[in-house]
Ligand binder design. Sequence first.
Ligand code: FES
Ligand code: FES
Length: 183
Amino acid sequence: MKIECTIDGKALSLSVNSNKPLSLILIEDVGNRSIISHCKGKACGNCIVLLNDEAVLSCLIPAFRLRDATVKTFESYQKTRLYRDIQRAYKATGNTPCPNCYASKTLIIESILQEATNNRGNKTLGRANVSRHISNEDESALDKQAIVGELSLNTCQCMDMAEMLQIVEIALTYRRRKRVRGN
Ligand code: FES
Ligand code: FES
């Protein structure tokens, strides 16, 4: 089937089988080098991309779900100024994911920040609603349980969940400051 979508800022028209997983499309049809797809949906959580700004396991997304969608991989995300908030949070906490998990964990955190700052508008896509009161800018409104659910997409256990939550909170502070300053 023909699928029109945008991947890493490029409008593409793909001719692929409707069930071909996004991870394979990225590797075989798009030539993306940042995607890691080891286990094909069983556990690793290292194949994360942003699909319409929500973190998803790309090995579980069939091609037909890409129609008119926007996909961002770490390849393009790392060139954005948004990335800086998460980089700074890693540095501030002294905790950085290993190279294997780095891209996926970073994109999951970005997905949480997008929802917490309401950048996804009403597109809460079923799994997590990280802000109890979406218009409330108070950090205390964050729903930690939903965030833990989102972070659990990557199954590595070597980073403590408390450490991950701290990274999210610090990155969110940077993001909100940026929004107040309008840059
Ligand atoms: S490749 Fe392991 S969860 Fe997708
Ligand atoms: S951060 Fe990569 S295995 Fe835990």
